[in-house]
Design a protein around this ligand. Structure first.
Ligand SMILES: [Zn+2]
Length: 319
């Protein structure tokens, strides 16, 4: 199976059409919300006061894909494009990576780890400026990109199982499974810790996600061979549309086989986001947030849909 998969991957990677189905909106909101509870005393007050904003705006980054053309590649990195040992071949630093592969190539196959570093720096500057609007905006956005980096299917050319006959696996893993089962997950993950290097952290996260892909694909393969086709899928109404989804029974079997993977990745997302919010504040010199001016109406980014951006440019669906 593995060889066939690889062969198909290498035959098919002419254009990376990585469709960004995000962690479902549902999971993004939950992850950003619980990250607030990892924060130490000096920070938690401010974040709790604004927890609704942090939760609601966890998905702005995905909405922006339909407003800004450059947005899509910020949500993934198809790291397997870069050969058999991509984490050895790819330089971690942006300038070195551009020198080696060209900026066009990096943009074509995704820039997620570097974008985490950019948003992190913006958050540090927002803390230095004690600009509460920007602290909230960049905290919500950073939460989004960090959570995306925890999703195995955001790290591969075969992002939706399209090369291995497993179409739909992206939304199945990151939307359907959390929607069905995450009510019983444990979201208390402890207190935020300082991260010394955001870029190293981002790369290590992507690598861990990528290493989980083998299970993500192979368990679905094994199960789909044991289940009769008509038991694998069911139809569900979403608004006015009827969509074809993995059946509850099949989802349950797959979720069991993954033995806690989705919960572990959600928990790790929460820890990571808390760590980076906290580290950005430390890097900014630990400004005191209590006396910070807080605008009446929290800053809301106006996201204007650009109708020239096609679904293909935006690379995705909304959930
Ligand atoms: Zn995303």
């Amino acid at each position: 199976m593995k060889n066939r998969t690889l062969l198909l991957l290498f035959l098919c990677f002419s254009i990376s059409a990585n469709s960004i189905f995000p962690w479902g909106f549902f999971a993004h909101k939950r992850i950003n919300k619980y990250a607030v509870f990892t924060l130490p005393e000096e920070l938690i007050g401010f974040y709790k006061k604004n927890i609704e904003y942090i939760e609601e705006h966890s998905v702005d980054a995905d909405k922006r894909r339909y407003a800004v053309k450059e947005e899509a590649p910020r949500h993934y990195i198809d790291i397997d494009y870069y050969g058999e040992h991509p984490f050895d071949s790819m330089p971690r630093k942006w300038n070195d990576a551009v020198d080696k592969y060209s900026e066009d190539t990096l943009q074509a196959y995704g820039i997620l780890p570097w974008h985490i570093q950019i948003i992190y720096k913006r958050l540090v500057y927002a803390f230095i400026a004690k600009d509460s609007d920007k602290i909230l905006k960049y905290s919500a956005d950073l939460g989004h990109y960090v959570a995306d980096a925890h999703v195995p299917l955001h790290t591969t050319l075969n992002y939706d199982g399209q090369f291995t006959g497993q179409k739909g696996i992206h939304a199945f893993w990151e939307s359907r499974l959390p929607e069905l089962f995450s009510e019983n997950y444990d979201y208390l993950v402890g207190t935020a810790q300082y991260e010394y290097s955001v870029l190293d952290f981002a790369w290590e996260t992507v690598e861990t996600s990528h290493n989980a892909l083998d299970s993500v694909f192979s368990f679905d393969n094994i199960l789909s061979e044991t289940y009769e086709k008509d038991k694998q899928y069911s139809y569900e109404k979403r608004g006015t549309k009827t969509i074809n989804v993995r059946s509850e029974e099949y989802s349950d079997a797959y979720h069991n086989m993954l033995s806690g993977m989705v919960e572990r990745r959600m928990r790790k997302s929460i820890t990571s986001i808390g760590n980076l919010w906290y580290s950005a504040w430390v890097d900014a010199g630990q400004p005191i947030l209590d006396g910070m001016q807080n605008s009446e109406a929290p800053f809301t980014e106006e996201i204007k849909i650009d109708h020239k951006i096609t679904k293909k440019d935006a690379r995705g669906h909304q959930h």
